[in-house]
Design a binder for this molecule. Structure first.
Ligand SMILES: *[C@@H]1O[C@H](CO)[C@@H](O)[C@H](O)[C@H]1NC(C)=O
Ligand SMILES: *[C@@H]1O[C@H](CO)[C@@H](O)[C@H](O)[C@H]1NC(C)=O
Ligand SMILES: *[C@@H]1O[C@H](CO)[C@@H](O)[C@H](O)[C@H]1NC(C)=O
Ligand SMILES: *[C@@H]1O[C@H](CO)[C@@H](O)[C@H](O)[C@H]1NC(C)=O
Length: 365
């Protein structure tokens, strides 16, 4: 493989055990009426818009920098450490694995791994694997979906640029435990720029936290973007390789939290098979597509309740100004939403993931 003719940057920051504290929000119990999700988002948006006025950033547009960083990130950025990985021995380490092992835990500094061009035999900028949920782990039990990931990120403030994450395990139709995750992101405030994710079933486990995906390529067949993160996907290319019928996303909203949901903007949905844009993993699944080109592989119904009609009242699936043969709203399930301008506002910018306080320009490193 010769995908390595560019400089790769991988930024890692381990801040152990901070995630849960920041993620479990004190949403009042009476907020459990999920039909209020939209108004919750709108209120939140307006509140943030007020804040952002003061910090000079602009909402409703792509991130341009200039926000006020949160305190942990500010500290981490002041104490940056740079590690060069170079196979020819001119850097600090010869493999990515050695470089990551050298980072103490817990760590509160920004660690930048600069992976120099070259072909890495054991440890390439393309990080690949082929585990599935059914493969037996070191403890003698099946790995399960969570542990099938080729790369698992538990750190907060993770950034990857120009990386390729892959799981080569192929999904057989009708098989059980065929899930093979290429990347699992469980830390919050993570960004992926120009990355690609190759897999089949369950490629990208957008597990939990605030995430930003920019100009990424994501390929898979069944539920290939799934989890309960609150994530903004911008200018992403979503490629279905399904052979028959499958759902592209399986978002799982968390009971007791309004936070999670996937928002796709300015993206492309294409590939093979016939797909639902999403199916409801649990009762509170939430996905919005805006300004996205949808090829004719998208089924007219658009969305799937995964066999539970009661979810029609609690899931939230919205579309806004999408285009292409798959974006015709006429055949959509009645419980999907065609968003108004006002309703779409909270979802169509990096403010959706509170990016002002943590999203750095990829060039700042
Ligand atoms: C933000 O500032 C603009 C112009 O300065 C103003 O028109 C708008 O009302 C402000 N928004 C909020 C939410 O304060
Ligand atoms: C996965 O990779 C291992 C090691 O390279 C190999 O032994 C195994 O046969 C592969 N399994 C599949 C399903 O490709
Ligand atoms: C991402 O790729 C685009 C070309 O598609 C390039 O213009 C841009 O500089 C890249 N961004 C980074 C952070 O490398
Ligand atoms: C969807 O909403 C847009 C306004 O955002 C409107 O122009 C369009 O006609 C609506 N489409 C349907 C099928 O209701």
């Amino acid at each position: 493989m010769n995908h390595f003719k560019f400089i790769l940057l991988l930024l890692l920051l381990f801040v152990c055990n901070l995630f849960l504290q920041s993620y479990s929000l004190n949403i009042e119990e009476e907020r459990e009426d999920y039909k209020n999700w939209l108004s919750w988002n709108l209120q939140n948006y307006k509140k943030k818009a007020g804040l952002v006025n003061r910090s000079t950033a602009k909402l409703g547009r792509s991130y341009k920098g200039g926000g006020v960083l949160d305190d942990k990130l500010k500290k981490a950025e002041m104490n940056k450490v740079r590690i060069i990985v170079s196979q020819d021995g001119t850097g600090d380490f010869k493999t990515v694995g050695e470089a990551i092992s050298s980072i103490p835990k817990p760590n509160s500094k920004r660690v930048i791994l600069v992976i120099n061009p070259g072909v890495y035999s054991d440890d390439q900028p393309t990080i690949t694997g082929n585990d599935t949920a059914s493969v037996t782990g070191a403890d003698g039990k099946p790995l399960g979906t969570l542990k099938s990931a080729t790369v698992a990120v538990d750190a907060n403030y993770f950034v990857a640029i120009n990386m390729k994450f892959e799981n080569r395990a192929m999904h057989e139709i009708g098989s059980v435990r065929g899930q093979g995750v290429a990347l699992r992101i469980s830390g919050t405030k993570a960004a992926f720029h120009n990355c690609s994710f190759y897999g089949d079933q369950d490629t990208l486990y957008d597990h939990k936290g605030l995430h930003y995906f920019n100009n990424c390529y994501i390929q898979g067949s069944v539920d290939f973007i799934f989890g309960y993160g609150r994530s903004f996907y911008e200018k992403c290319y979503l490629k279905s390789i399904t052979k028959k019928v499958a759902s592209m996303t399986a978002q799982k909203g968390l009971k007791g939290s309004m936070e999670s949901g996937f928002s796709f903007k300015d993206s492309v949905v294409t590939g093979s098979g016939q797909i639902y844009l999403g199916r409801a993993w649990g009762d509170y699944s939430r996905v919005v597509f805006s300004y996205t080109f949808m090829d004719n592989i998208v089924l007219p119904q658009g969305w799937n309740d995964w066999g539970s009609q009661k979810r029609h009242l609690t899931v939230y699936y919205g579309e806004y100004k999408c285009s292409g043969p798959g974006a015709d709203l006429k055949g959509r399930v009645q419980w999907a939403h065609n968003l108004t301008d006002e309703e779409a506002q909270p979802f169509i910018g990096t403010h959706y993931v509170d990016a002002d306080s943590w999203l750095l320009s990829p060039y700042s490193s």
